[in-house]
Design a protein around this ligand. Structure first.
Ligand code: ADP
Ligand code: MG
Length: 359
């Protein structure tokens, strides 16, 4: 069903992204990036591609750690352990390959990863083992990979670069809602980064445009035989983020009432967006108020740099340095809360509902 508000894992339930799914499926570079704002369908596309490829895979949902100031290597190892366990249940032959790897212990058929500092599993060794074991290819998916920037105690970029260059059977898929942050983390354009200059298979999911949004709604309602007419109004109020349109459709099927469905969608958006913004703030508590003031200002209309600065200064009743303001705006752009309209030289909410939530 198109209006099911959980991530899809089946192409039939997914509207208009065939080309993008095929590009992810192609695994045409050792690293595939799936980029797009929150709720544009990244997790769904990864799940659909993994299902269709039927290759062994490990899927790590890093959103789990979104509200943490940092992720320890232990946290990551425990997630990996859970996924590798699943894999060994499906493919018992993997256990033999894991025997003898430093930091792995095997009792019966249960795989355990050691995370103690002295004898812990090395991520590169795990990748190498998967490569040796795999007949065709094996996939490791990091969903919301920009959160790896908060990983402490280990630098994943070296094993990733090693994989890229040498482990031909390991394919990495990373998704990112915070695109600039993910690029910065990977450092493809940074000569000091181990991944410098590597060409990745990039798949970007843009929000639906006017026409596609309306077609999506039309298809969704037709599928469940529900009569609906106010397409223009929905696009005007919600914009083209597939996830918000999905919620709207889901609520309308239940209520058959336009206003109520709109209210519920906005209520839902408020909850989700604020929760995500609080996670963003939890890493920047000192400047929390300032970020709120900036978001409020921008939500009330795209704003120039000087207008934003003035708003923060008025709020605090004192002067604030230019570099601090640049820093806040850059962080908000890195995490896809706002975008810069270069032509008009203004900062705007990254999508319609972000604007509405902060107003
Ligand atoms: P992301 O991982 O980018 O945040 P999700 O894959 O979780 O996005 O999708 C958000 C919501 O929108 C889910 O309910 C999903 O089913 C729905 N959705 C996104 N894109 C589509 C699409 N093209 N067709 C149908 N539903 C979609
Ligand atoms: Mg997702």
């Amino acid at each position: 069903m198109l209006f099911d508000p959980t991530p899809k894992d089946n192409r039939e339930d997914f509207f208009n992204r065939d080309e993008e799914i095929n590009r992810v499926r192609s695994l045409s570079s050792p690293i595939t990036l799936v980029l797009g704002l929150r709720r544009t369908g990244k997790s769904s596309i990864i799940k659909i591609a993994l299902n269709e490829l039927s290759l062994p895979y490990i899927y790590l949902d890093l959103r789990k750690f979104e509200d943490r100031a940092y992720i320890s290597f232990k946290d990551l190892l425990l997630e990996l352990e859970r996924e590798v366990k699943k894999l060994t249940r499906k493919f018992p032959s993997l256990v033999d390959f894991l025997k003898g790897v430093k930091g792995v212990s095997i009792a019966g058929n249960e795989v355990r990863f050691n995370w103690g500092v002295k004898n812990r599993l090395n991520f590169s060794d795990l990748l190498e083992t998967l490569n040796d074991w795999s007949k065709d290819r094996v996939i490791i998916a990091f969903d919301e990979a920009q959160d790896l920037i908060n990983l402490r105690g280990v630098n994943l970029l070296y094993p990733l670069a090693y994989t890229f260059d040498n482990l031909k059977k390991v394919r990495i898929i990373m998704s990112g809602s915070e695109m600039r942050l993910l690029y910065r983390f990977l450092g493809v354009e940074n000569p000091k980064s181990p991944l410098f200059g590597r060409a990745m298979n990039e798949v970007e999911l843009r929000p639906f445009d006017h026409e596609k949004s309306i077609e999506f709604l039309r298809r969704g309602f037709k599928e469940v035989n529900v009569e609906f007419r106010e397409y223009e109004r929905v696009y005007e109020e919600l914009g083209g983020i597939p996830g918000w349109l999905t919620y709207f459709g889901y609520y309308f099927i239940q209520t058959r009432n336009l206003e109520e469905s709109m209210d519920r969608t906005l209520e839902r958006a408020k909850g989700l967006v604020m929760e995500e913004f609080n996670n963003f703030l939890s890493k920047r508590l000192i400047a929390k108020e300032r970020y709120m003031v900036i978001m409020k200002r921008i939500a009330n209309g795209c704003s120039r740099w000087s207008e934003i600065k003035t708003a923060v200064e008025i709020h605090e009743g004192r002067e604030i340095s230019d570099s601090e303001i640049y820093n806040y705006l850059n962080n908000l752009m890195d995490s896809s809360w706002i975008v810069k309209d270069e032509e008009k030289n203004e900062y705007c909410p990254a999508e319609k509902l972000i604007g509405r939530v902060f107003r």
